[in-house]
Design a protein around this ligand. Structure first.
Ligand SMILES: [Zn+2]
Ligand SMILES: [Zn+2]
Length: 138
């Protein structure tokens, strides 16, 4: 059987490894935000947003906080499975933009990230309002 029509939307699976940001790192993250940018949304429930990967290749990475300004980048953290994140790092945004006809979509990863760009990654949880706290209430 040939399914050549599926080729153009072939996606790679997301890693999706989960962790929680320790309270002290969450507090630390707010110090990165510009003074006065009240209620900067620090992500506490983290999920590795990279393409599915082997932990021996690189750590898991999750976005923690967006910083104001076009070139200021974002705050990220990294961790290995079974351990809590221990540090924060400010990384520049990936400059790639998809050339899709239905709108140009910037990559949501960081500069020089491993794996594919956002729009090549199949994230079953994307597309919603993106509130992880609502989704995790059971
Ligand atoms: Zn990962
Ligand atoms: Zn990218």
């Amino acid at each position: 059987m040939m399914e050549s029509t599926r080729q153009r939307c072939a996606l790679v699976p997301i890693c999706g490894e989960r962790t929680c940001l320790p309270p002290e790192l969450a507090a630390f993250a707010t110090e990165f935000a510009a003074p006065g940018s009240h209620g900067a949304e620090v992500q506490r429930y983290l999920r590795c947003c990279l393409q599915e990967h082997d932990e021996t290749d690189h750590d898991h990475y999750a976005y923690v906080l967006d910083l104001d300004g076009p070139d200021s980048g974002s705050v990220w953290t990294s961790w290995v499975r079974g351990e809590a994140p221990e540090c924060l790092v400010v990384l520049q945004d990936c400059p790639a933009v998809s050339a899709k006809e239905d709108g140009r979509q910037p990559c949501c990863e960081f500069l020089n990230h491993p794996g594919q760009h956002t729009w090549h990654i199949d994230d079953p949880r994307s597309g919603g309002s993106g509130d992880p706290t609502a989704a995790s209430q059971r």
